[in-house]
Design a protein around this ligand. Structure first.
Ligand code: BTX
Length: 326
């Protein structure tokens, strides 16, 4: 109830950007007293909203908070289950770690962990994921699909499509996907996805999808070694991006695609994925744990496995690798 009123208040300010709205107007709009409006405005101030209050004129939101609040993410969220339970943390080692514990403790499908900062953010194969405070989206999503274990990597591809669509919606920049999990803009990495499983015998208990999106970093925010390979949405679009809008859009897209996937299988996801893929048809080198394969990327199989035709015409199926484009 409280958050519903708060949402109405925020909506009123969103629809009347930069204008003062009087206490009486807001009270009538949301059906409460002026004192209650004042209390809500104070709550927003505590959450980090910067407000201007002028007698006889009313209130105006000057600046939204630097941090993301769970309230802010929920405003406008249209999902049935994804993001309906949000664990928001200021600073964590890794959101994956917390999501694993929640999943083990039977957290509902769609539960999400969002953090402002990760001090030990993880990439694949124990690599480090740089996750500085207040600048990116660092989150882990718990899903519980009833699918065989070998199909779980398809969810990485599905998540990549959802994030690309969310980025398109919020920034109007169209990123590309490099198999399996990198999202690039102008050849530089803007997002990484890490999918992990909790499973027993041949049954999946949960899939934990970790998504890291570089949003408002500037080049100087990156350590030296990342400057040539990483970018952010702000660098690429030239403006500051509202992280809560991006998260909300990602939840809406991901839930939609996930339901489509459960109903119709991987094919519709595969087609969307291919429409954003950068490597298809190009010469690439795939570095796997058992060696390198150089050849032309033909596409992905019905299961999301990468097909590469080497220079002798032999087609390889690659399940896990780092890809280098030529
Ligand atoms: P990856 O193994 O494909 O990429 C890791 C590599 O990417 C690093 O070795 C480094 O070269 C580079 N890198 C590190 N940080 C960044 C960055 N911020 N931007 C661009 N490049 C970077 C990708 O792994 C999977 C990343 C998942 C991250 C999410 S964040 C929420 C969740 N929690 C967690 O600990 N991990 C996931």
């Amino acid at each position: 109830m409280q958050s519903q009123l708060r949402k109405q208040l925020i909506d009123a300010f969103t629809n009347n950007k930069d204008e003062f709205l009087s206490g009486q107007y807001l009270a009538d709009l949301i059906g409460c007293s002026r004192t209650a409006v004042w209390k809500h405005m104070e709550e927003l101030r505590k959450e980090g909203f910067e407000l201007e209050a002028i007698r006889k004129k009313g209130y105006r939101i000057v600046k939204t908070p630097e941090n993301i609040t769970a309230d802010e993410i929920r405003f406008g969220l249209k999902t049935k289950f994804l993001g309906q339970s949000i664990h928001y943390e200021e600073s964590v080692e890794s959101t994956q770690k917390i999501a694993h514990r929640l999943a083990y403790d039977q957290a509902a499908e769609g539960t999400v962990v969002v953090a402002e900062e990760q001090v030990a953010g993880r990439g694949r194969m124990d690599r480090v994921w740089h996750s500085p405070k207040y600048t990116g989206v660092w989150m882990s999503i718990i899903l519980r699909p009833n699918i065989p274990i070998p199909k779980a990597p398809q969810l990485t591809l599905l998540a990549a499509v959802a994030v690309v669509q969310a980025i398109e919606e919020v920034t109007t920049v169209t990123p590309q996907i490099k198999w399996p999990n990198d999202i690039l803009i102008n050849g530089k990495k803007v997002t990484g996805i890490l999918t992990e499983l909790q499973a027993e015998a041949d049954r999946i208990n949960s899939v934990i999808i970790g998504i890291g999106i570089n949003v408002n970093q500037q080049m100087e925010d990156y350590p030296e070694e990342l400057r040539t390979i990483a970018t952010s949405l702000s660098i690429e679009s030239g403006k500051r991006i509202n992280r809560a809008d991006l998260i909300r859009s990602a939840f809406n897209r991901l839930e939609h695609l996930y339901e489509l996937y459960l109903e119709k299988g991987f094919l519709p996801i595969k087609l969307l994925w291919e429409s954003y893929a950068i490597s298809i048809g190009k010469m690439i080198t795939a570095r796997t744990l058992s060696g390198s394969i150089r050849g032309r990327a033909l596409g992905i199989t019905e299961d999301g496995v990468l097909k590469i035709e080497d220079t002798e015409g032999i087609v390889h199926q690659v399940y896990s690798a780092d890809i280098e484009l030529e």
